[in-house]
Design a protein around this ligand. Sequence first.
Ligand code: CMP
Length: 136
Amino acid sequence: METTLVLIKPGGVQRNLIGEITRRIEARNLKVVGLKLLNAPRATVEAHYAEHKERPFFNSVVDYLTSGPIVAIAVQGDNAVKAIRAMMGATNPLEATPGTVRGDLALSIEDNLTHSSSDPEAAAAELALWFPEGTI
Ligand code: CMP
């Protein structure tokens, strides 16, 4: 059993896709064990994307994630990390397969609707960052 993190980015919240994305997660028989709507503190987003600190898009992705409310979801299930990554689709929506969240609902890499943890180690670190109080 694994637990992973999904963030629904500001564009997904603005486009009223909280329900659609959460529906797909639950339909896969993965369990929501943490869920919150929040205006993310800049320091939290910077820590979240620390591995991208030297990348040219770092400031713009941090600006974007702090531009409006986001939803943080802790998702639990067998192989949840890999299952969620596959469900979200390729980072660049233009390369995402139809049937994935990005392949069906997104068009640009800047607004690719969701973030999900890349591996179990990243999931543990990201869950500690976004759910310091723990999950259910
Ligand atoms: P995410 O999975 O949240 O991880 C880093 C984010 O940076 C990524 O999704 C994209 O939304 C964003 N980003 C913007 N430009 C790029 C880029 N050129 N390459 C990768 N990620 C990018």
